[in-house]
Design a protein around this ligand. Sequence first.
Ligand code: ADP
Ligand code: ADP
Length: 234
Amino acid sequence: NAIIEITQLSKRYDTPEGAYTALHDVNLNIEEGSIFGIIGLSGAGKSTLVRCINGLEPISGGTINVLGQSIPDLSAKELRQLRKSISMVFQQYNLMPSRTVEGNVALALRHSGLSSAEKRDKTRKLLSLVGLEQHAQSHPSQLSGGQQQRVAIARALANNPRILLLDEATSALDPDTTKTILELVKRLNRELHLTIIVVTHQMDVVKSICTHVAVIDHGTIVEQGEAFDVFANP
Ligand code: ADP
Ligand code: ADP
């Protein structure tokens, strides 16, 4: 059952030097419940692909369906709604330094329609899910990089997304911290039945947690399949 289905996607940018093809004939099927790695060097087209999936970039050809909805056909309002189902975590944590950990997570709930008490309760649950209940009253600057990324993950889960998209989310972290974040991601995949997309240039990240992999190079998918098969080929 595909949660994201992309066929023959192409994306051209208009530049002063003429059209530049950033994606060409991209076909991707991301199964619900999988941990899907998209790996490629800088400039391969990963960010462009992510922006197309989120409807932030008009596409030049092909189709993109997310949760059964055709992205190019959605109104701005429908897109905003859909984006609540695809939550993103980046390399930069983008936390508000003046707010506590709890305050940062609660900020994501401001349009949720929950009462103050419900928001407080939900925030506590999210912090305990990522193992930070002890740090609810700390400020981001008092936390390590790995802990700050956990706050960003808790915040990303606030609106009960179906898909969590990690865009170079561990690229700024040391190997040990990366490992603990990846363990957390694996647990979220299992416990919340969350589909995870891991966009990265780090092969070891993909190797350690992904069930499926697509390798992108110069705007095309050069290899795709179950991680076991993709990594079996030298
Ligand atoms: P990354 O490799 O993480 O995607 P980049 O530095 O390539 O980061 O791109 C950062 C931002 O600049 C992106 O939003 C991208 O779309 C934009 N960008 C990259 N290359 C160009 C370009 N040649 N012309 C205009 N914008 C660009
Ligand atoms: P990645 O995320 O894998 O580093 P990007 O999607 O950022 O790759 O970029 C893919 C290619 O498209 C790069 O050559 C980049 O310079 C180009 N590109 C990205 N955004 C733009 C843009 N807004 N205008 C023109 N070219 C762009």
